[in-house]
Design a protein around this ligand. Sequence first.
Ligand code: F6P
Length: 377
Amino acid sequence: MSETKYVGVLTSGGDTPGLNAALRGMGKAALQNKWQVIGFYDGFRGLMQNRFLRFDEKNLSGILTMGGTILGTSRDKPNKMPIGGKTLDMTAVMVDNYKNHHLDVLVCLGGGGTQKNAHMLQKAGLNIITLPKTIDNDIALTDVSFGFDTALGIATEAIDRLHSTAHSHHRIIVVEVMGHNTGWLALGAGLAGGADVILIPELPYHIENIAQAILQRSRGGKRFSIVCVSEGALSDTDYKQYLKLQADLEKAKESTKKEQKEKARNILAAFEEQRGQSTLNLSKRLEEITGLEARVTILGHLQRGGTPSAADRLLATRLGTAAVRLIEAEQYGVMVAARGETYEPVPLETVVGKRRIVPPDHAWIRSARAVGTCLGD
Ligand code: F6P
């Protein structure tokens, strides 16, 4: 048996089906080794406030199939913690709490933002291991992240169900799918659900092309259309504007003036915020151009709710137990990436700051084009 280890764990960022399965996999394998495991509540905030749950067989039991996370989560960042109306760097407090618990390692379960925050704590001297979770599937250097398969199933089922009502009313139904700034979920669900149009952030769309594809279907006797749009998809003109705002921010970052950076950041944030409106506008414009009636369905947080799929339970359990093997080997500063049937520890610094986007020649895109799906480009 390996020597006793003291393990801290937290879940951070948007909740994802499979988080509890991963906590259970990691926790049970650690308890088998007679290690001590504590789970901090509500992401990095719980680490700062030293609020935690001591793992035992009882509290890890029955959670495999549960959605969400028994630890709770938050989007708080160690270096930008909102406290009493201020934003403070609380990294040092977290380092102290880690040390006071005599932890050997902190395991952080999260998406792209969490990888970055965990890396910050690694640079502050903590031993860190991360697991990749997100329904967006946009974490770099892992084949897949847990949560994606469940969300894909939910979004696909929604598209299946929307078919009959679209068909009955001869309508366009625009269904908005999550995914942040990547199109994995919309592309996957659109393809699996047989959407007629799929719009993703990686391929800026031309509204006229979409309208023409819908009218062509109409002329061919198909009097309904399903448009599956990723929440981050942009029209070609909005995309140009987005690129410009991103470039402005990069330029402002070179400036020594703090206000200039802040201003550019706020303008970009405001633009991203109003992206939520673009699905409604898209639907309205399609009605205007085609003369057909349109409705919008925004799937939203439904996609993150409920029990994880079998594939996600399996993946989360595999990665959770793999984390324990890495702790046994004292291999820290890594993300446990999914690699085929196995896993691979990848250095955290190689993951941070990257995003896994849909390549324009990806097999799913080629298949979508091959079956005649309009991608709006
Ligand atoms: O990253 C997961 C995700 O669900 C994205 O798809 C979505 O853009 C975002 O989180 C929503 O965040 P929140 O739950 O904080 O509104």
